[in-house]
Design a protein around this ligand. Structure first.
Ligand code: GCU
Length: 346
């Protein structure tokens, strides 16, 4: 029943990119728009996200835009484009770098493709819980250099928020142990780390964009995918893959990124308001995330999904080599050590 999205999306992406390029990096509200992504005095910011309108971050970012507008007397506001309307994450990452889109939500694997140091927050076992992850990714002492490391590419990281603890879901199941994934093609996000992760867990990895997953599941191109319950349900993947296994193999982070020229062009006062509203967003999102987790599980159960508790230790043991394989420099080692030191009870 899912939308025949690919064609319309291609048209929308090229249409959006052309329109945005033609108006020099996006329309402005009351302020002046200048070269690249920069804006003086204010702008209606275009924000790209690949989630549905009712996904918690889409809702909280829409609220963020309204609050920002109110706090700046309408000078800065946000138009949220959900459902990959402006492109899949790999594309919107580039559009933000170019200043054609102002803001986008991208998951850790995408940033890892630009700076390998982001791998640390995309590693199985690094975070013990969403609470642990949230504390680490919002601690400037740990993240400051990492979040500014892409500025020479035109990208600044505003901050991170959870994309949840991930399980594996399959058309045939249940998945109870790594051997059950043998021969199964499981969709992953597009990085070597995530490919390796599924291989270690026993499956065969098929990297693809988020918006392609429903059709790939339906047509049998893949046998399953991995994500947290809110995405599993809002993307309707549960309609075609009815076995959800709590492998808990990864806690993934989403980041809000902004064009660096745009950020640099904000006045000190407006930047302070933007940061204040980001803190409000984080609180708002936290509550919405909890609600969405509960309602997603209920909705999936009502639709006949089976939730399985597999042999988690067997998956964790299988994944153990990935940490050593992935951490290859001192910056990554420090991020890893800092993250571990921030664990509750560490
Ligand atoms: C989560 C995450 C997205 C990401 C997606 C994926 O839904 O919030 O940012 O794109 O996983 O698996 O691709």
């Amino acid at each position: 029943m899912k939308r025949s999205k690919t064609l319309t999306m291609t048209a929308l992406i090229s249409g959006a990119a052309l329109t945005l390029a033609a108006c020099g990096g996006g329309g402005d509200a009351e302020g002046d728009s200048t070269a690249g992504g920069a804006a003086e005095g204010g702008k209606t910011l275009r924000l790209a996200i690949n989630q549905t309108e009712d996904y918690p971050s889409t809702v909280a970012l829409t609220n963020f835009g309204e609050n920002l507008s109110e706090a700046t007397d309408g000078r800065w506001s946000v138009d949220v484009y959900p459902n990959e309307q402006l492109g899949a994450q790999a594309e919107t990452l580039q559009l933000v770098a170019d200043g054609a889109v102002d803001l986008a939500v991208v998951a850790g694997p995408q940033l890892e493709n630009l700076n390998k140091d982001f791998v640390v927050f995309n590693l199985p076992t690094v975070f013990e819980s969403v609470e642990h992850e949230t504390a680490v990714i919002n601690d400037p002492e740990i993240t400051k250099d990492l979040y500014s490391s892409l500025e020479d590419k035109g990208i600044s990281v505003v901050g991170g928020f959870t994309a949840g603890m991930r399980g594996v879901y399959t058309k045939d199941g249940p998945i109870e142990k790594p051997a059950d994934l043998n021969g199964m093609k499981i969709r992953v996000q597009e990085t070597d780390t995530n490919i390796r992760m599924i291989e270690l867990m026993g499956g065969t990895a098929t990297p693809m964009a988020f918006g392609e997953v429903y059709t790939a599941l339906q047509s049998g191109v893949i046998d399953g995918a991995e994500n947290a319950e809110p995405s599993y349900v809002t993307q309707k993947h549960y309609e075609v893959a009815k076995h959800f296994s709590y492998t808990d193999h990864l806690i993934n982070t989403d980041y809000l990124i902004i064009n660096s020229d745009l950020l640099a062009s904000m006045s000190e006062d407006d930047k302070a308001i933007f940061d204040e509203q980001w803190d409000v967003f984080l609180d708002d999102f936290g509550g919405l995330w909890e609600e969405s987790l509960n309602s997603a599980i209920e909705e999936a159960k009502a639709a006949g999904v089976t939730f399985t508790q597999p042999d988690k230790k067997a998956f964790a043991d299988a994944l153990a080599p990935i940490v050593e394989e992935s951490i290859t420099n001192d910056v990554q080692q420090k991020l890893f050590d800092d993250a571990k030191a921030a664990a509750p009870g560490a």
